[in-house]
Design a binder for this molecule. Sequence first.
Ligand code: ATP
Length: 401
Amino acid sequence: RIGEVAQELGLNAYLVGGFVRDLVIGRKNFDIDIVVEGDAVTFSKEVAKRLGAKVHTFERFKTATLIFPEGLRIDLASARTELYRSPGALPEVDTAPLKKDLMRRDFTINTLAVKINPSEFGRLIDFFGGLRDIKERKIRVLHSLSFVEDPTRILRALRFATRYRFELGRHTERLLKMAVERKLFKTVEGQRIYHELKQILLEENPLRVFLKLDRYGVLAELFPGLRWDREKKDLFEKVRKSVIWHKLNFPKLSPDTDYHLVYLLALFWGEPENRVKEYLAALTLPGKEERELLNLLKRARELLPRLESADRNSTYLSLLESAPEELLIFLSAVSPPEVSEKVREVATRLRYIKPLVSGNDIKALGLKPGPVFSELLRRVKYAVADGELPPDSREEQLAYL
Ligand code: ATP
């Protein structure tokens, strides 16, 4: 339908980037990007009107996001047509804006486009050999200065190589090594590095990307002095398992859980606090995220020994009941097996215990409402957790009060 609108307005529209790449590779991808040869803002407004979608426009960047009632989001960008384009331009000239847009991209596998105008619907456009590189399972840059132009592409290259189990092209690998040697990360804004780092930590297996980052000397460049030994690698693997456990058990909490923070806790675990602060300052983390991370690290350090010496369900519960999901996941990864088991029991069962008695029952006993109420109810909860009270007998819980 979007292609039909484009056709009617006399514009060319293309699906581009990750969506097309993953379509060819056969991997799910719900990030739909469209490039329009023309003004994407005007075009998106027209699409929104005709197809009943909401639209957010960013006039400065000439981009827009369409949001359809069923929740589908589509990002649109403009490939600016040459102003002096003649009316009777040849087809080759017609694709020039698209080609220019694709030329600025990171790797050949990300330069594929599919035309969506009805007249040529589904035509695959491959200016830079992206299709061949997908077949050969190679990550290749478009030109020799690519990593110099934007060193965050080093992180992207290793992320894609890991995700698709592709190799770096020979020339691309050489260029990557040279870029790392020239310490080009120093020239990049911290928040751009952090953005890519976060993408890595949200991959299925960040450890495998980190092994590559280490092998190419990127890790030492980003985190000078960081310990990256067997123990830390094992911790990454344990975090991965805990993250899977959490996603499976708490699908409703998943969308609001910052899994990348759990990996950052693992990365910085055991490092001196000032050094962690230096790393975070260099990455210019958003203030809120930085405070959250430092706070989680501190809480994990304090809680671990106390959990290790706990011996009752109610103790685990009282230590953990106010812990955010990220902390629970990390503690379940970093603790010895018996403690880890208990952390998971708190998360899946103990924290959901609801006393069958309420404030009204306490009032009926003649007590005045106050802090003592919640304390009494908490005692009931702890007694249930410890198996001293049956979870399903209101009588016994009343008697306990
Ligand atoms: P993912 O599956 O991880 O979302 P993606 O390719 O969609 O992968 P994005 O980071 O959303 O990743 O980038 C969208 C597109 O923008 C990419 O396909 C790529 O062509 C381009 N791009 C992103 N970052 C860069 C960069 N640093 N340099 C050049 N092109 C980039």
